[in-house]
Design a protein around this ligand. Structure first.
Ligand SMILES: CC(C)(COP(=O)(O)OP(=O)(O)OC[C@H]1O[C@@H](n2cnc3c(N)ncnc32)[C@H](O)[C@@H]1OP(=O)(O)O)[C@@H](O)C(=O)NCCC(=O)NCCS
Length: 356
């Protein structure tokens, strides 16, 4: 048995001909196959298996059998197949789960791991999913993989089809990463960080200048961790031993820009650590990550009037003044906001020179 991937609850492995009965139970079931032209007969199931076995050799991937870790039960398959989508041969994530196992999140869990495997092991620029427009669970799964609907077209076999896609660039933005600098570790926040987060985020001098209310309890911090900070481009700024001191993030939903290739940099640091250039050091690495790895073309950064410490951080990073807005409603009052910009060109001029 050749195992390809493991997730929290699942093992994805290559098919063998011994999977025939389990697969037949899935593919011959009219309810499971209601979005297909017809359920499969024995010949069709045998073809499905030999097609997978052959393609492991020629492509290095195809549909993989899914087994439950807890008892080894075969519950379906998930993988990448090359499909003709509106006349183009494109890699498609597919999933088929036994109906007894629906609504347990298995398709999403398997497909997420398959998506990550595919980008890490191949050079394709994007991966797709397409389905008949009536197949609601399938496009909900595609959306949960970070895919967006990019097309709809009339398929001669299936009728109207929706095409979903996630590009390599979009995928990277969804991936949790750990970055390093000389003194720092920038890592994803974890729920266990709640107490430490509270220590620093309860201070009014940290939250108020940045535009958010100080945290009121460790539970409040835990809630913020879950809802705000546990995201792929949000990083705990840590000492090398992993102890958090503050936060730095790239926000792609910023109202500073509606372009997909632009984002906003934000940061705060616990008071005991102010002064020796921690955030400028973290900021330089985040700019590198944004421009070099995420393919971003511009990074915005704002601050409210009077926040001189933040102004210095932005200056030291090389941001260029862009505009000022008065009368912004923030917390209980009105503030003036200054917006700074770093274009790819500026970044290359400053930082590429530094590395030569
Ligand atoms: C803004 C902030 C992130 C700066 O982080 P940092 O890692 O301390 O940055 P630096 O060490 O480069 O210090 C920046 C400037 O702050 C000033 N500063 C640092 N420590 C200070 C202190 N204890 N008291 C007064 N000023 C201080 C210095 O003028 C320094 O500029 P300099 O290098 O020209 O001397 C941090 O002060 C903070 O978290 N503030 C509250 C939240 C916030 O305002 N976030 C930004 C929202 S836009």
């Amino acid at each position: 048995m050749k195992v390809i991937l493991e997730t929290h609850r699942l093992i994805l492995r290559e098919y063998t001909m011994e999977d025939f009965d389990g697969l037949y139970a899935i593919l011959s079931d009219p309810e499971t196959m209601r979005h297909y032209p017809a359920p499969y007969d024995e010949k069709g199931v045998a073809r499905w298996l030999t097609w997978s076995l052959n393609n492991y050799k020629t492509c290095g991937f195809w549909l993989w059998a899914i087994q439950l870790k807890e008892n080894g039960q075969f519950i379906g398959d998930c993988g990448i197949t090359m499909q003709s989508i509106d006349g183009e041969s494109l890699p498609e994530i597919g999933y088929h789960i036994h109906k007894d196992q629906w609504r347990k999140g298995y398709a999403k869990e398997a497909a997420t791991a398959v998506r990550d495997w595919f980008f890490a092991h191949t050079d394709y620029a994007a991966v797709y999913s397409y389905m008949k427009y009536t197949n609601l669970p399938s496009y909900a799964t595609a959306a949960s993989l970070g895919m967006r609907r990019v097309k709809e077209y009339p398929d001669p076999k299936d009728g109207i089809c929706y095409v979903y896609r996630i590009t390599r660039k979009e995928w990277k933005k969804r991936t949790f990463r750990t970055l390093q600098t000389e003194r720092l570790l920038l890592r994803p926040w974890r729920e266990e960080d709640a107490e430490t987060l509270y220590q620093y985020a309860k201070e009014p001098e940290v939250g108020i200048p940045a535009g958010w209310m100080p945290h009121t309890s460790p539970e409040h911090s835990r809630e913020i961790l879950r809802t705000v900070l546990r995201k792929p481009t949000v990083f705990a700024v840590c000492l090398k031993d992993g102890t958090p001191m503050g936060n730095i993030h790239l926000n792609f939903d910023t109202d500073m820009s509606d372009r997909e290739d632009e984002c906003e940099l934000g940061y705060w640091l616990g008071k005991p650590f102010w002064g020796p250039g921690i955030i400028p050091e973290a900021g330089r690495e985040l700019l590198r990550y944004a421009f070099e790895e995420l393919g971003v073309n511009a990074v915005w950064c704002g601050r409210y009037d009077g926040n001189e410490k933040s102004r210095r951080v932005q200056e030291k990073l090389g941001f260029v003044y862009h505009h000022t807005t008065h009368g912004l409603k923030v917390l209980d009052g009105l503030r003036t906001g200054h917006v700074m910009l770093m274009t790819r060109e500026t970044w290359e001029t400053i930082y590429r020179k530094e590395t030569i």
